[in-house]
Design a protein around this ligand. Sequence first.
Ligand SMILES: [Zn+2]
Ligand SMILES: [Zn+2]
Length: 287
Amino acid sequence: MRRIASALAVLAVCGFAAGSAVADKHGSVKVYWTASGKFGPFNIQGLIPTYPEARDILIPINMWVIDHPKGLVVYDTGNNVAISDGNCASHWAQGNCDFLMPSQTRGDVIDQQLEKLGYSTSDVKVVITSHSHLDHIGNIEMFPDAIHVIQKRELYQAWWPEKFQRPSGAHVVGDYDEAREFNYHAIDGDMDLFGDGTVMILSTPGHTLGHQSVRLELANTGTVVLSQDAIWMEENLEGHPAGLNYSILDYFDSVNRLKMMADIQNGQLWFGHSIRQYDSMGENWYD
Ligand SMILES: [Zn+2]
Ligand SMILES: [Zn+2]
């Protein structure tokens, strides 16, 4: 009888321990959804040329702060601080300022967003950059001590964009020219960032040569896929591709990869630039 009781006690302890391990793995990972201001209003057909109805939209410039037990992560650093408060043309081509109409204030910039959450830029262990467009890589120079995880091919993309991307100024070399000696973990494909499956970097080329997305496993929210520019917004899931692509074939492969991954895992897709999602879900923590 005593033997049975002790066996039950061992089982109970084991069960408790296993439960705790799961809780530790997921329970302390959380993500904050913020934005480096907005672009617009402009006609959605300026972004998605095949969309059948003209309509003016605003889009948020999404950024994510991921708090993991092994370190703080920023996924994309938004628009360069220099364009804040109406000073767009001091750092961007005038044509981009006229079309995108950024509304970023100084308080929207990633360093101040981190401060509002109780962190500083020096607390950030890892910066993940989805791609090298001006609304995603804008402030990597604020993180000289972080490890920068980026696809190796995206570094090529940043330093020598295709000619069709150059006149538009979608890449602003001044965003990263002083970050050349930073610590880059230049990867080629997917990466399980902390080795526990909670923060998964996914290779999603197409929009640019080396675009990457992120999948999170959260204890309460579940599986969340942060597409960034692999999928701008809901309309792109209706078969209307983004108007700016390195490769339309790779783009569709990446859209399908993320959509099916989220569907199979009963997860959510959080898009790169959806105002509907941001208005209902932005400026919140998710765990
Ligand atoms: Zn982009
Ligand atoms: Zn973008």
